[in-house]
Design a protein around this ligand. Structure first.
Ligand SMILES: [Zn+2]
Length: 125
């Protein structure tokens, strides 16, 4: 009965090998290991809660959903960043860039596109 619990030596080795394999594949081509679910756009987190957690001094959204806060991409003293809490778009008036929620997350984390999306969906690569 206790013997059943003592099996995972092989298991652990397998998981480890799998992770290594994924790394190698990604390094070469970025194929299978970073596949995205077809409906990934619908599964992205709510922009409101996403930006509230990551943008300092985020103000209230205007009628069209845009709210201003401190840009995390440059030394911002003036709340130069505006983010849309409805559709997730963002833009920095100081010239950092603009984009959507995914590009924001990529820039914040330094992750490549598919890995960033998977992270946003809560999937492990
Ligand atoms: Zn900026």
């Amino acid at each position: 009965m206790i013997q059943k619990r003592r099996s995972p030596g092989g298991n652990r080795g397998h998981a480890h090998a799998g992770r290594l394999g994924a790394r190698q594949v990604y390094g070469k081509n970025g194929l299978n290991s970073t596949r995205l679910p077809e409906n990934w756009r619908e599964r992205l987190p709510d922009p409101r809660s996403y930006y509230r957690k990551r943008v300092a001094k985020l103000g209230k959204a205007q009628g069209d959903g845009w709210a201003q806060g401190q840009c995390p991409f440059h030394q911002d003293r003036n709340a130069s960043l505006t983010v849309n809490l409805s559709h997730g778009g963002w833009m920095c008036f100081a010239g950092c860039d603009s984009g959507d929620l995914v590009s924001f997350h990529m820039r914040l984390t330094g992750l490549p596109f598919k890995v960033a999306v998977r992270a946003l969906l809560g999937l492990r690569s």
